[in-house]
Design a binder for this molecule. Structure first.
Ligand code: ADP
Ligand code: MG
Length: 276
């Protein structure tokens, strides 16, 4: 399919944090499903060798060595096009680029390639006119795939648990992201920090949430927290995003604030493009 008159060009979002288990994948698949349910065409790119977004959206994790080479590492190795590996999932309008463990081998290739950091950006050009949003689910490190995602995106969302230990290191993470932006003279912006798995009844969680506001709130948006709820794990088990399975699940209105921000940022970008 060629460029779609109704859709595109895509606003690209990277969900990133060097820590694991902070809600990157859950945020990516939920954003994807809510945006798609609103009528947008959305592509989630699973950029983590653990392939959790792939699984969370109901797909079997491809085996890197299998006959049918249809996942992100095969794309980055130029064995297939990005378009060829895209799989539609629920709800209608949401599609996925699956990942698999082989992505970690490809990461090493990219390091020794001078244009390696821009590989994902180049691949996205191929499909960006077909989507309204592309969401990249990053691995839990600041390695080559995360650099690739940052250099391919327009906006960055940083999910973080409101647990004391999970929130440590935010300053260093922000400094590392800023360094990548400077070094590559890139223009992405950090849209904000998304507190996740928040339990208002826990004093510890409240303290960490307040700390996020007082420490980073002046320079960065702190989005309303996504509450801890069992629906996320259960939906993942069923191969669905929680807000696809249950649009009114706890936190729906809070997630909506982030969704609205993405819609607004996309509009702003389209205005700039159209004015040029
Ligand atoms: P990451 O991608 O950063 O490693 P995940 O999104 O996979 O983090 O989340 C880690 C675990 O926490 C998963 O088992 C997920 O289902 C669960 N989880 C994520 N968000 C929530 C939430 N709001 N409430 C309860 N569990 C959650
Ligand atoms: Mg993940």
């Amino acid at each position: 399919a060629g460029p779609d008159a109704q859709h595109g060009p895509a606003y690209v979002v990277a969900c990133t944090n060097n820590k694991g288990g902070v809600g990157k994948t859950t945020t990516s698949v939920n954003l994807g499903s809510v945006l798609a349910a609103q009528g947008n065409r959305v592509l989630v790119i699973d950029a983590d060798p653990q392939a959790h977004a792939t699984a969370n959206l109901g797909l079997d994790t491809p085996d890197y060595e299998q006959e049918v080479k249809k996942s992100l590492p095969h794309v980055l190795r130029d064995q297939v096009t990005l378009r060829e590996v895209i799989v539609p999932v629920r709800p209608s309008g949401l599609e996925v680029v699956p990942s698999c463990l082989g992505l970690s081998f490809v990461e090493n290739d990219l390091i020794s390639d001078s244009s390696g950091p821009l590989a994902m950006r180049e691949k996205i050009v191929e499909v960006k006119d077909n989507y309204d949003f592309i969401i990249i689910d990053c691995p839990p490190n600041l390695g080559q795939m995360t650099t690739n995602a940052l250099l391919a995106c327009h906006g960055v969302v940083i999910p973080t648990q409101t647990e004391y230990l999970a929130s440590l290191g935010m300053e260093k993470l922000l400094a590392s992201i800023a360094k990548i932006k400077r070094r590559f003279v890139s223009e992405f912006q950090i849209l904000g920090i998304l507190p996740t798995m928040h339990d208002v009844r826990l004093h510890q969680h409240q303290v960490v949430l307040e700390h996020l506001h007082t420490t980073f709130g002046n320079n960065l948006r702190i989005f309303p927290p996504i509450p801890r709820a069992t629906v996320h794990g259960e939906a993942a088990l069923a191969g669905r995003a929680a807000f696809e399975a249950e649009p009114d699940a706890p936190g729906a209105s809070n997630l909506r604030v982030l969704v609205d921000t993405l819609v607004t940022e996309r509009k702003k970008r389209l205005e700039v493009i159209n004015a040029a």
